[in-house]
Design a protein around this ligand. Sequence first.
Ligand code: ME8
Length: 641
Amino acid sequence: MSGTFYLTTPIYYVNALPHLGHAYTTIAADTMARYHRLAGEDVWLLTGTDEHGDRIAQIAAAAGVDPQAYADRISAEFRQTWDRLGLRYDDYIRTTEPRHTQVVQAILQKLWDAGEIYLGKYGGHYCFGCERFYTEKEIVDGKCPDHLTVLTWIEEENYFFKMSKYQGWLIDYVNQHPDFIRPERYRNEILGFLRDPLQDLSISRPRTRLEWGIPLPFDDKYVTYVWFDALINYVSALGGPGDPRFEKFWPVVQHLIGKDILKQHAVYWPCMLKAAGIPLYQHLNVHAYWTVEGHKMSKSLGNVIEPLAFAAEYGSVGNDAFRYFVLREMTFGLDSDFAKGAFVTRLNADLANDLGNLVSRATTLIANFAVGAGAPGPTTPDEATVVRAAEEARRLLGEAMGEFAFQRGLAAIWEFVGAANRYVDATQPWALARKAAERPRLDRVLLTLADSVRYLGIVLDPFVPDAAARIRAAVGPTSTPRLAEATVGALDRLPAVQKLSGLFPRVGDSKSERETRNAMAAMEKVTGADEPPRIKIDEFSRVELRVAEVVAAEAVPKSKKLLKLTVSLGSEQRTIVAGIAQHYAPADLVGKKVVVVANLEPATLMGVPSQGMVLAGSTDGDGALAVLTLDRDLPPGARVR
Ligand code: ME8
């Protein structure tokens, strides 16, 4: 696919620091831009900051600094946040830049000359927080419905844009272009709004009241209303009509916004463009709002999620985990809740388990068993299933991304991850490796696994770019990833593969859970690895196995799985925590002679220190488990070899 793609985020007000909401929009935009780049398109992503208006003037005055200095500082904070989150943009516009003010003034002049703007008188209830007048209908007890502060009655002469005359035209346009505003609920909201008469738009503020804005080119006693100024950023950043960059990207422009600024983008902006003789944007993509742990995010509740600090808690995978979560969790267009518990669950289940394990299993198997000499055996229905799953995931991904449905795109990729994991379980390459005659079959399986992981390194690039780059470093492709190469089944030679484990380490909410998991994982590595490498006898003899007699046994509080055993090794007694509580009652074990690993590094499980490990056998299918006991009696402490 080739083509051009131009996407914009809102330009954020410099009256607050970047939070989860701003981060979501910018992450979504970055993901979409990466997807289109992956598809080979010429992409331009614009973000930036909105720096004029009452709000900024007031907050700077309260801080005792000049508004420009204030804007400089906060704008830099936004920029730095995006950079540290690993977000890429092609341009960063600030509305205080001359390149912007010039285009705003040129458009204003054009509209003035064309008679689209007139001087009129206006009186109304004004909210300084919202920077707008409220109609009688909107006011709640004389107060701003948003800020709940008392409104001020202001009467003044102002310039007005003749927006009302575009009402009929806009209704027709929205009706004739079903995906102009999407998802549909927002289109319906706008059509509903347009059922009431559309007013002309006041586009100026007298300088006696507000200095901080772009002067009107035809009357310098006024500055431009901040929304009229801000919306034009999407045009000014490309240099305005006539600039080659504008001519290249404007015809394909799409905006991405939150639902809070729907009216400005779906009503004011198309009317402004129409009046100025500039073609309308292609799509307005509208997402809904995040709440945090079920509450509206607000400074007074103290629940504002600061994206950098949040991601930093999860170390080097923090950026990827954060973006994965917000993209997967929010159904585009609907409100969503940001809950830490849900974040940890997704990180552990989707990223560490499903994806991380697949990559680790596949690369370990390939690194351990690949010899790469003979031709791989023929494909079987098992391979066909994986190939089909890859095709289906790509098809669904393409459809989803066309509608900004990131959650559906990710769900489709994870269907493939599931299919690949099932393929490993079904083909059991570690068992094939034990039989020389199965070598061609094993080679076919390893090839399919390498291909599957390679595929993931490409399709995951827009969503978890750091992890995708690590996957590609381990398996390939080594050149710039291209969506066209995201297929499974065409690879005919096993590439060089590096083992890649711990792509996403599991996390727990508490220290004791984390310690337990690490210790269990370490034990599983020793005992339950499903693709065990061959070892030499001297490696085995490093494991000190001894007979131990269980002296006492009790359940570990708050744990379903763990029992705390006191065992005698003859010369000493030890505490050993064993994950067998679902199979043995404590009383069943007392007096039994079991086999333990005596030289295991001590570990703490659910707060209980454990000095060794009890050997037990188990099956995967029905989960049966049996502790190893002795066939004949031996004294505690006897060595097992
Ligand atoms: O409105 N959930 O800037 P702004 C999801 N300067 N997204 C959220 C959110 C939440 N809880 N809170 C904020 C402005 N956002 C104007 C825009 S454009 C020409 C001018 C996101 O700093 C969402 O994208 O208030 C929303 O539209 C934007 O931040 C508002 O940012």
